[in-house]
Write a protein that binds this ligand. Sequence first.
Ligand code: ZN
Ligand code: ZN
Ligand code: ZN
Ligand code: ZN
Length: 503
Amino acid sequence: MTHEEKKKEESHGRPEIPAWMRAVAEVISAPGYERWARQVAATGGCSAPVRLVGESQVIDAGTGEVLHIYRTADEPTGHLLVACGNRRGAVCPACSHIYQRDVFHLIRSGLSGGKGVPEAVREHPRVFATLTAPSFGAVHTQRERNGKTLVCRPRRGGGVCGHGVPERCGARHDGADIRVGQPICPDCYDYAGAVLWQAHAGRLWHRFTLELRRQLARRAGMSRRRFDALVRVSFAKVAEYQRRGLVHFHAVIRLDGPGGHDDPPPGWATAQLLADAVPEAAGLVQVLSPDPGNGQRVLAWGDQIDVRAIVVRGDGGGLSDEAVAGYIAKYASKGAESSGTIDRRLSCGRCKGVGTVTMARGPAVCKRCGGVGTAGGLDLDRLPVTEHARRMIRTCWDLGGRPELEELRLRPWAHMLGFRGHFATKSRRYSVTLSTLRQDRAEHKTAESRQRNGLPGPESTEVLAHWRFAGQGYTEAQEILAGHISQRAITARRIEEQRREGA
Ligand SMILES: [Zn+2]
Ligand SMILES: [Zn+2]
Ligand SMILES: [Zn+2]
Ligand SMILES: [Zn+2]
């Protein structure tokens, strides 16, 4: 006890209790705390669970008899807590962990079998490819050789650009240095090019998958039509933001027979054929975009295309299937945060950044944003982001106002620096789907609860449910308590996962 506290205790008879502690005590002593704590544990440690109100009835499919009723009205809290299910680690670590595990299993089953995919899939030719963005100007870089950090841009002489900025940077940046990824001279940096490229990244990927088939067919000496009848190209890919604010794509690409993962491809469709065709196809892909400054712009991949063999666990030389699944799962749970941007939409939700809305009598000024177009009247030039992210966002906003670029929806996607694609995608026959994995988990949970309540299986019953969203997240005091409960739930789950994977 400090001197101050002692004095207080002497003068008032008892110490002052801080407000947060009183609030925590209130939560604990409220009726139904035990039940609330069990609900918190059941969300698996979710940091912002959704509150639902409503009911569900289990009905005998034959007789129509109601076998079981659950009503949130009977809960002491009046609601049910459900995990938020967010994919991103920066938003909800616990739900993101579950998502990561699912992606891991999805990718790994497509490489070495399991989850309904035969083990023979590991004999199919496959590679791990990384496709990057081209350069839009020199940026500060973390450079390493043999574990030593090198000078960022060693240039002899005192060259300066047209803006008087030295072309040389003598610093040795480490990974934590916020300058990494920021342009050497922002005025020289081609922001319009970077934003237009990013807005077309999804299209570039699509074109790449088409060109890859064309190149594989050409190398095999047959027509596209014949090739397509004999070989299916399956892939799973994930987008990763680099420090310079542009995405990379990492992808597993696999050759199958026409039936997909349980159908081997013809013998001539080898991993070498695939490894040769990937860089060639990537090098040929182009997408044209209108460019307000220059009429039109040709967009392509950068020349840093990396193709690596995927080996079955334990073999040397190449990446193991486990490592590849791990990489993709890790990237899939990230957003654009590593590029220093902001976490939410910047455009007004009503007019989508346009500033006007279409009424029966014609266009009218949007009442929600007063015609500014930003959410809540935000000032784009005062966002708490890096200077580079601010200029990317500003460029998205300015280009987003040009009618010829309307379809790129750059204002609603300004916070993602122009990228509006999906973070993780896969072709239909790669392996299982995420929703299958989720459904299996949900069915397992339902079966457990049926057993607990002594109810018959899903074959002979029907479930009628009505749910309504009643809010999300915890109060400050609840959060403190939920933190402890969650930690226990997460630890228990990790132990269970290890046990299951060890078995
Ligand atoms: Zn969550
Ligand atoms: Zn530097
Ligand atoms: Zn310059
Ligand atoms: Zn508006």
